[in-house]
Design a protein around this ligand. Structure first.
Ligand SMILES: [Zn+2]
Ligand SMILES: [Zn+2]
Length: 114
């Protein structure tokens, strides 16, 4: 039995670190523009990063962040680098870590669609 069917690599997009929504423009909170660089997004290039539940200006709210491919790739690579330092499985044997493998697959996928 393989555990590879758990969740698609893209599910990790909902776990990436994002800027505080209270500091973002309304268009970024709506997902109309990139949450990192505020570039206007089209359906074809936007990466869904949510939905997220977070307090926005003190009020608990749901928001729908999206990112452009270059920014999302950069964040995935950053998560890939920091994951290894905080993951017990990776310290033990990184080749057996599903998260590490999924982050890698996601980075490759993003590189292709850039
Ligand atoms: Zn961007
Ligand atoms: Zn790991």
């Amino acid at each position: 039995m393989s555990s590879d069917i758990a969740s698609p690599p893209s599910a990790l997009l909902a776990t990436l670190d994002l800027p505080d929504p209270s500091r973002l423009l309304p268009t970024q909170v709506r997902g109309a523009t990139c949450v990192w660089c505020s570039e206007r997004l089209s359906g074809a290039t936007a990466m869904d990063l949510g939905p997220r539940m977070e307090p926005i200006l003190g009020i608990a709210g749901r928001w729908f962040p999206r990112g452009c491919v270059p920014c999302t790739l950069q964040e995935v690579l950053a998560a890939y680098k920091t994951h290894g330092m905080s993951c017990e499985q990776c310290v033990d044997d990184a080749t057996l870590c599903n998260v590490q493998r999924a982050l890698r697959a996601l980075a490759l996928e993003l590189r292709r669609s850039r």
